[in-house]
Design a protein around this ligand. Structure first.
Ligand SMILES: NC(=O)c1ccc[n+]([C@@H]2O[C@H](COP(=O)([O-])OP(=O)(O)OC[C@H]3O[C@@H](n4cnc5c(N)ncnc54)[C@H](OP(=O)(O)O)[C@@H]3O)[C@@H](O)[C@H]2O)c1
Length: 318
């Protein structure tokens, strides 16, 4: 794995982050610990979690993913890993909010569950247009000052609240977001596609992040395994001529290069400029091992060129 950097963090981060949303819940504890071992054995040091993972599953309250990471960290040097968590979405009796009191109290709970005294990247999991952004950034600032977190990130933000947060940080000498984590894959959502509270990474945001030096992270990069199913129907949010052509190219290129479509998607993302760090996850060992194999740079470059030509053609003539 190659590495990327985040302003405010000394440790370089691996360019594939391990998603742990279902670890300790749908993925049982022993399997979760084993998957983290496999990821680390392949050079990975970047683990993504959130306070509410996976509270929506029957029988779980949230915090299960953090707890299993905490258990794993007991046998691993804390300072060699970059751990994220998130606050802002509702779970249990916690409302959807980025008000200061929830940021402070949820951070304490996450630290306890993770069994650590700091979180490397603490995310606002969703935008909160009812709380002044200054209040949110001040709460993050107090956590940064006390050493409980080391950098802050935004997730599921539209372009304007993200830019507004950047302006507010500069104007009031408050901390700025160093990372943006959005929904993003190889297929492009059709205009007006609805993902509920999930927000898609846009070309405008990629440009913003490049100019303001935010690391970009992509969640759900494999669309739940869609690229490995040759007969998969495109979900309505992705059903377009452009995507059917993209899918055809992906499958052709993967077969020529002797890799899987998923491997090509992840490698293409990580090699883009600026780099987009995919959140890689699986509940099955063979899926994780497959996905961690990166495609050689030369092939990824050639694929990116073919994709650019295809999109130009599709957009012009379809
Ligand atoms: N910030 C946010 O709001 C947000 C939202 C969603 C997710 N996330 C983060 O992003 C991470 C990934 O999200 P996601 O689960 O939606 O990711 P995804 O990439 O869309 O889907 C992962 C699923 O794809 C399947 N898969 C992976 N490799 C495969 C292969 N080679 N063949 C067949 N199937 C394969 C896996 O199935 P198996 O389980 O069978 O292995 C796995 O469950 C999460 O863990 C979380 O950390 C963040």
């Amino acid at each position: 794995m190659r590495t990327v950097t985040v302003p405010g963090l000394d440790l370089p981060l691996s360019d594939y982050c391990l998603g742990t949303m279902y670890f300790g819940s749908k993925v049982d504890v022993q399997t979760s610990l084993h998957l983290m071992d496999l990821y680390a054995a392949h050079g990975g040091n970047f683990l993504d979690s959130a306070n509410k993972y996976a509270s929506w599953l029957p029988g779980f309250q949230g915090g299960e993913s953090e707890q299993v990471i905490g258990r794993w960290l007991k046998n691993h040097p804390r300072d060699r890993y970059v751990i994220t968590s998130k606050v802002g979405f509702p779970y249990g009796d916690i409302p959807r909010s980025l008000a200061a009191k929830y940021i402070i109290s949820e951070c304490e709970k996450s630290l306890t569950r993770l069994g650590t005294d700091y979180i490397d990247i603490y995310f606002a999991h969703t935008q909160d247009l009812d709380t002044p952004i200054e209040e949110t950034l001040k709460a993050f600032d107090s956590l940064l000052q006390s050493g409980k977190i080391r950098a802050i990130g935004a997730s599921n933000f539209d372009a304007w609240p993200l830019a507004e947060a950047g302006c507010s940080a500069r104007q009031h000498h408050l901390p700025a977001f160093s990372v943006l984590q959005q929904r993003y894959s190889y297929l492009q959502p059709v205009l007006g596609a609805d993902f509920g509270t999930q927000k898609v990474l846009t070309p405008e945001q990629i440009d913003y992040c490049a100019r303001r030096e935010l690391l970009v992270m992509a969640y759900s990069p494999l669309l739940g395994g869609l690229y490995e199913h040759a007969d998969a129907q495109l979900p309505i949010q992705y059903d377009s001529a452009l995507n059917r052509n993209r899918l055809r190219l992906l499958r052709e290129a993967a077969s020529e290069y002797g890799c899987t479509p998923s491997q090509l998607v992840l490698s293409w993302m990580a090699a883009s400029s600026p780099a987009i760090v995919p959140l890689v996850t699986a509940s099955r060992e063979e899926h994780l091992l497959d996905n961690l194999k990166q495609v050689p740079t030369e092939q990824v470059r050639e694929f990116a060129e073919r994709l650019n030509n295809l999109d130009r053609f599709t957009i012009k003539y379809s």
